[in-house]
Design a protein. Structure first.
Length: 301
């Protein structure tokens, strides 16, 4: 296993499946997580230079469940606000004894940081529109948990594909498996990178995309990543791309509905979010288990 988790491509299929199996061990029947004092001498820092609820909090909970100390770094009260670079910031944390840094950053800095500071372990907590490897592990774990396998499944991803680091990491991860079909669906202005995908196919019509689907992953519009103001009629957008109970009738009766969060109820209706087919809350809970597995592995290597 590589020293850092910068991309899901750093992991082989076996390593992905081993991490998912390992993560399952941290889940208890009552929905809580095992607490084991495995790393009392380790300190992790959560350096989040973009907002986060799920990733940041679940890494913190996972680390504390494993007995680590956690530096809950607050960028708005840090010396980054005084002009310090991310390199100097993480170097300072390393000199204070931080062993592992979970980094979320709007730009691609994590590889350069990992080269610049080889004494510290880096875990990618979200890299601009590029990658989000632990979310891909959560998504694969949730599919395997619900469906028993990834093989032979028809998988649909619908929403703002172009800005989705969740989609790019998921595609990298799922390329290890023998799924039946992978369909990308979204407004053409948000699907330019997926019009002719290397893996899977693009289908602009949501009803057609959903036909016989086993897994439907929905994505919010990431307004914060558009360089120009988005000129979009939201009612027309919802009419075409919102996952509603009516549209879901095209999918298989036991299809599961996923969403990495946060949910805006533009891309998915409240009734689908709350339906029995929705595993969105399972994904959030699996976030703690996966991050306990990731921290355990990468703190041990
Ligand atoms: N899925 C995800 O990364 O959520 P947060 O932005 O809340 O961490």
């Amino acid at each position: 296993m590589s020293k850092n988790l910068l991309s899901i491509s750093d992991l082989s299929k076996k390593e992905i499946l081993d991490l998912i199996e390992f993560a399952k061990n941290f889940k208890q029947d009552d929905g809580s997580f095992r607490k084991e004092d495995l790393f009392p001498d380790k300190t992790i820092a959560n350096v989040f230079c973009e907002p986060s609820t799920r990733t940041k909090s679940s890494f913190e909970i996972a680390a504390k469940n494993l007995g680590c100390s956690v530096v809950g770094f607050d960028i708005s009260n840090s010396s980054i606000e005084k002009g310090e670079s991310i390199f100097e910031t993480v170097d300072a944390l390393s000199l204070m004894g931080v062993d592992l840094c979970v980094l979320r950053h709007p730009e691609s800095v994590i590889r350069d940081l990992a080269e610049y500071l080889p004494e510290i372990v880096f875990i990618n907590g979200g890299e601009g529109s590029i990658s989000h490897p632990t979310q891909a592990l959560i998504d694969l774990m949730t599919i395997i948990e619900q469906k028993g396998t990834i093989d032979d499944l028809n998988i649909v991803i619908v929403g703002d594909l172009d800005h989705s680091r969740v989609t790019s990491s998921f595609v990298e991860g799922i390329s290890n498996f023998s799924f039946n079909s992978l369909t990308f669906c979204g407004h053409p202005s948000m699907a330019t990178k997926y019009a002719n995908p290397v893996l899977g196919r693009y289908e602009p019509d949501l009803d057609a995309a959903l036909h016989d689907a086993d897994v439907v992953m929905t994505l919010r519009i990431q307004y914060e990543r558009f360089e120009e103001t988005l000129d979009l009629d939201l009612d027309e957008y919802k009419q075409a791309y919102q996952l509603t109970s009516e549209k879901l009738e095209q999918a298989k009766g036991d299809a599961i509905i996923m969403h990495p969060g946060p949910v805006n109820y533009v891309e998915i209706s409240e009734s689908v979010y709350q339906s029995e087919q929705s595993v969105i809350r399972n994904q959030i809970a699996n976030g703690v288990a996966i991050r306990m597995a990731v921290l355990s592995r990468f703190l041990s290597s």
